[in-house]
Structure formats: C-alpha cells, structure tokens
Ligand binder design. Sequence first.
Ligand code: HEM
Ligand code: HEM
Length: 179
Amino acid sequence: MLTNQANQYGVVQIALHWLIALTIFGLFGLGLWMVELTYYSSWYLTAPDIHRSIGVIVVSLMILRLLWRLANPKVVPLATHKTWERKLAHVTHALMYVLILLLGISGYMITTAKGQALQVFDWFSIPAISFGIEYQEDIAGDLHEIFAWSLIGLAVLHIAGALKHHFVVRDNTLKRMLP
Ligand code: HEM
Ligand code: HEM
C-alpha cells in the first residue's frame, strides 16, 4: 500500500522515513567533519557545498513527508504502547520534525548571512534575505550546532524505543515501519 493505514505505515512514509534517517546521520557526521577542515584540504569548499545541498533536499523531503502524513489516515498506537510511551513518542516525533526544519532555517541563515545565495548543487539557488541581524553567521552557527545535537539526542531515544518494542516488548512497532 502506498498510503498509511490505521495499523501500518504505507510505502511512501516508510521510504521517506529510512531515506531521511540515513541522510540525517550522514549530514551530522559530514557537518562535524567539515568544520574541522583547514583551508589546505581539497574538501574545504566542496564538503560544505555538499552539506548545504543535501541539507536543503532533506528539509524539503521532510516537508513532503509531513504533508503526506497529514493527508493520510492516522496510524494509531498499538495496544502494547503505554500512555506515557504514546505521549513521549508523540512529543519526540513532533520535535524531530521541528528540529529538522530549524536546522534548515539556521543553515540557510549561516550561509546567507553575508548576502550570499544558498546554492543547491548546480541546479538552483535560494536567494539571500537580509534580516539585519548583527553576528547572524555566528548566532545561526551556534544554534545550528545545538539543533543538530538535540536532534541526534532525540533520535537515539527514538531508536532505543523502537528497539525496546522490537526485542523486549516484542510487538509490531518496528515491523510496521518496515515494508
Ligand atoms: C538546509 C539545510 C542545511 C544547511 C544550509 C546547513 C548548513 C551548514 C553550514 C553552513 C555549516 C557550517 C557552520 C560553521 O561553519 O560553523 C553547517 C554545520 C553543521 N551542520 Fe548543517 N546545514 C543544513 C542541515 C543540517 C542537518 C539536517 C543536519 C543534521 C544533523 C546538520 C548538521 C550539521 C552539523 C553537525 C554541523 C557542524 C556544527 C559545528 O560543529 O559547528 N546540518 N551546516
Ligand atoms: C534521524 C533519524 C530518525 C528520524 C528523524 C526519525 C523520525 C521519525 C518520525 C518523525 C516518526 C513518526 C512517523 C512519521 O512521521 O513518519 C518515526 C516513526 C518510527 N521510527 Fe523513526 N526516525 C529516525 C530513525 C529511526 C531508526 C534508526 C529506527 C529504528 C531503529 C526508527 C524506527 C521508527 C519506528 C519503529 C517508527 C514507528 C513508531 C510508531 O509507530 O509509533 N526510526 N520516526
């Protein structure tokens, strides 16, 4: 099934989930690595170019995923999900959406702080908007780093929950996020 059902995620939601999950971890590693590069590395300019371009794509996919999710029937929690788990999972999922959007906004604000457009590969570019914020590049950079670590922290909690339900509770939580 392409669309979500009450007790099973559809192929679109599943494909986007795993594609985005892998990309987020990739961007996190790439981000940490690239900020340590020196001017003499051949990756000094290329790595941030790739990071920014893939960043824009993953944020766009996340928006698509949110719209898809809203347009589909709601996947209901399993009977084995306790009330506190439902609440925690709901807040975690919502925060992950928000943090990925905030990573996109702060990433855009780092890149465009000095009026430079955000170039996405050699496909298109997103023009800079002037916000007139002093030290915009540094502030957005600090926030971007905080958002990235917060997202990874939540993802670890999220993965722990998924694995607990699969191996300890032994319910279908993980299975219904698999094709
Ligand atoms: C539109 C999307 C994005 C853009 C335009 C973008 C842009 C940037 C830029 C320009 C930097 C360099 C900051 C600096 O030199 O201080 C950076 C760093 C970084 N980015 Fe992104 N990014 C995006 C999305 C993401 C996402 C989704 C993640 C996922 C976790 C991420 C994780 C990181 C990390 C970990 C760093 C290193 C932070 C540090 O240690 O200073 N970024 N990003
Ligand atoms: C950065 C990585 C990840 C992000 C951002 C993420 C995000 C999300 C979000 C927002 C949902 C809610 C459903 C939706 O809107 O599509 C979800 C569901 C789910 N995720 Fe992830 N996820 C990540 C990694 C993982 C990993 C590695 C696993 C498995 C080990 C996993 C297992 C699941 C499962 C089982 C569900 C369904 C939960 C339920 O039905 O209550 N996720 N994920």
